[in-house]
Design a protein around this ligand. Structure first.
Ligand code: GRF
Length: 214
């Protein structure tokens, strides 16, 4: 990724949220929209797992909820193309991965260039991948946190939009640390979505640079 601008890319502020599980970050976005902290509309929630809690949360909030299982497609790209089609059919401008346990492949990245966000429960580039909180405890770091970043082709990479630190305390387990990080995730994700939608940023190499509206 070299130079790109967020200026004026997001007009309708329509989000698509992709989930695989319980969906507490989806709920944080729903709540932020509901109480006016985030000016956006969630056009659709898509889960790749049947019975994902996020689908129920979406329906409870009156949001269209769609399940597209990743199983049974001839290729990963075919699955990603199907997801991209559903998002585009609803005029989604920004895609938010919220506990989505799939890597966004080329069809999604091409359909939404610089317009896919992910949230990760660690201070990237530390502890990418699964069980980030367990990795942080095992490594013995004193500070971990949350990262919201634009998605590129790599796992848990891409320009960082928002990071928040969370101290690790001596008697933390992966579970207690995860719970404290999650509280911070729920603040960081709506903030990052707002920042990206507002469009006052540009990409310079790996860096997302704010251009106005601080
Ligand atoms: C969160 O910790 C998120 O950072 C990670 O997966 C978890 C999803 O939780 N990518 P939820 O489904 O949003 O509750």
């Amino acid at each position: 990724m070299s130079e790109a601008s967020g200026q004026a890319s997001f007009r309708s502020r329509r989000l698509g949220v992709l989930v695989s599980g319980r969906g507490s970050n989806l709920q944080a976005l729903i709540d932020a929209i509901g109480d006016g902290r985030l000016d956006a509309t969630i056009a659709v929630v898509i889960a790749n797992v049947e019975g994902a809690g996020g689908l129920d949360l979406a329906r409870a909030a009156g949001i269209e909820a769609v399940c597209i299982s990743h199983r049974g497609w001839p290729s990963r790209d075919d699955f990603d193309r199907a997801v991209a089609r559903e998002l585009q059919a609803r005029d989604v401008e920004l895609v938010c991965l919220a506990g989505y346990m799939r890597i966004a492949g080329a069809p999604l990245l091409e359909a939404f260039p610089n317009a896919i966000l992910n949230i990760h429960p660690a201070l990237l580039p530390s502890f990418p991948g699964l069980h980030a909180q367990r990795q942080a405890i095992a490594h013995g770091v004193k500070v971990s946190g949350v990262t919201v970043h634009l998605v590129d082709g790599e796992l848990d990479a891409g320009p960082i939009v928002v990071q928040r630190a969370v101290p690790v305390i001596d008697d933390d387990t992966a579970e207690t640390l995860a719970a404290r990080i999650l509280l911070e995730e729920h603040r960081a994700y709506p903030e990052a979505v707002r920042l990206v939608l507002d469009g006052n940023w540009r990409i310079d190499g790996r860096r997302l640079i704010r251009t106005a509206g601080r």
